[in-house]
Ligand binder design. Structure first.
Ligand SMILES: [Zn+2]
Length: 488
């Protein structure tokens, strides 16, 4: 009996990947002080004794951040614990004024979730180890001569979502990262803005022979802020590890950075274990105790999640997987689509028009989105198409006229003379004129060159500026041309 050989792009090696995702919670203020959370303001304007780590300043936990972290945990299928502990994670770095980061360690907010993914290895469920809360560090800005530090971001609330090492390919890692982001943006707890660093991940990767129970030596890729980079960085790192192992070289557990421009990774530091951080419970913060009522409240107010929405769009509304994916790529797009359908438009018509026209003109910034028209305007426009009042071509023109204004599509269609012309008497008169004006072509039509009907339709459309009802135009022209035959 021959055994099936699974060839992967990594030969006889199996990658083992787990992601740690850091997502900023979209609160107005920081995790332990009243400083505003913001992006792009002048350096160090949003700071106070607490987030500067001045002696004697005491942290006070942000209730809104806790609610958002609970929502994220529940949406990822985790169990939220009634009691969790804030700990100090000690390390020295210029962007960390206290010399420690407040995080959660052995008693995190939530544990034991799952997420369904679907990439190159098919549909699978992967595990989520834990979700915990922590504060962000500041930011070092390196110049030619000096390095400067901006502490506006220091103390911004984060959730860290630690995934199980269940991912088996870079494509799976990318899909997982995207799906976690989609969940968070549909919850409205994170703005999903990878470029600004409000959603980023560290990727742990090792390789082993398929079926092995032990893990190989693990390498951590730090601070990846793009779906494409996570795939590229992991692919490069897997190849690097295989090369080393096959050459018989031994490498140590290490942390590496990824240079996306040069597409290569570089060593940051070797070996870093949890005991290096000397964690201990923060004596300034009591245990975080969450009432069951709050957890229940958060669970009951969870919105429909993107994967469920996508499934519903295909199963109940009959849309293609592709269309459903496009409409659920941003929560505002899904809301816009649903509001358009609520005006009475068919799902298919709304989906097609949004995909073909609206998304081209949509401007998004994080969770904010600016649509060129309102769902009511689009609904009114599609109703004109549905009723046969205007043609599909006219609909695109009308959209261009209405976009960016509060004009009413129905009255604009009238003003622009766009309505389909169905006045049989008027059309018959025009048909008569056209047929006699083009006697030669009419002759050829009668002689059997029926393809010339298209020519006559074109003439009639020209005369009515494209507004003649196409079916009626065809019927009247054919009747007129054949009538002449009989008359002879
Ligand atoms: Zn502050």
């Amino acid at each position: 009996m021959t055994q099936a050989v699974i060839t992967s792009r990594y030969g006889d090696w199996e990658p083992v990947i787990g992601l740690e995702i850091h997502a900023q919670l979209g609160t107005q203020t920081k995790l332990f002080c009243a400083c505003e959370t913001s992006f792009g303001d002048p350096p160090n304007v949003h700071t106070c004794p607490v987030c500067l780590g001045l002696p004697g300043a005491l942290p006070v936990l942000n209730r809104q951040a806790v609610k958002m972290a609970i929502a994220a945990s529940l949406a990822l299928g985790c169990k939220v614990h009634e009691k969790s502990i804030f700990a100090r994670k000690n390390y020295f770095y210029p962007d960390l004024p206290k010399g420690y980061q407040i995080s959660q360690f052995d008693q995190p907010l939530a544990t034991g979730g799952t997420l369904d993914i679907e990439a190159d290895l098919g549909a699978r469920t992967v595990g989520i180890t834990r979700v915990h809360m922590e504060e962000d560090a500041g930011k070092n800005i390196h110049g030619d001569q000096h390095s400067r530090v901006d502490l506006n971001r220091a103390g911004t609330p984060l959730v860290e979502i630690v995934g199980e090492p269940d991912l088996r390919s870079p494509a799976e890692a990318r899909d997982y990262m995207r799906r976690v982001r989609d969940v968070l943006i549909f919850l409205g707890v994170n703005d999903g803005n990878l470029e600004q660093g409000s959603f980023r991940c560290d990727a742990n990767v090792s390789v082993r022979k398929p079926g092995a129970s032990n893990f190989g030596t693990r390498v951590e890729m730090k601070n990846i802020n793009s779906f494409r980079f996570v795939e590229e960085a992991l692919d490069g790192e897997i190849h690097r590890q295989i090369r080393l192992i096959e050459r018989g070289e031994v490498f140590k557990q290490q942390t590496r950075g990824y240079n996306a421009d040069k597409k290569h990774s570089y060593l940051l530091r070797e070996k870093e274990n949890e005991d290096d951080y000397r964690y201990f419970p923060d004596p300034d913060l009591p245990p975080l105790v969450i009432e069951t009522r709050l957890i229940t409240e958060q669970r009951e107010s969870l919105p429909e999640l993107p994967a469920d929405k996508q499934r519903r769009y295909t199963k109940e509304l009959g849309l293609s997987d592709y269309a459903a994916g496009v409409l659920t790529a941003h929560p505002a797009t899904a809301r816009f689509f649903e509001a358009t359908v609520a005006t009475g438009a068919t799902a298919e018509r709304a989906s097609n028009f949004i995909g073909a026209e609206i998304l081209r003109d949509l401007k998004t910034d994080g969770l904010d989105a600016q649509f060129p028209v309102s769902p009511e305007q689009l609904g009114a426009l599609l109703a004109l198409v549905e009723a046969g009042t205007i043609s599909g071509k006219q609909a695109k023109k009308l959209y261009g006229d209405v976009a960016g204004t509060d004009r009413d599509p129905a009255s604009r269609a009238k003003e622009l003379g766009m309505e389909v012309m169905r006045d049989e008497g008027a059309l018959e008169k025009l048909v008569g004129e056209i047929v006699s004006k083009n006697a030669k072509q009419a002759e050829q039509y009668r002689a059997g060159k029926t393809k010339l009907l298209g020519f006559f339709v074109g003439q009639l459309m020209k005369a009515t500026r494209g507004s003649a009802d196409p079916e009626l135009a065809n019927a009247l022209l054919r009747a007129a041309l054949e009538q002449d035959t009989k008359d002879r």
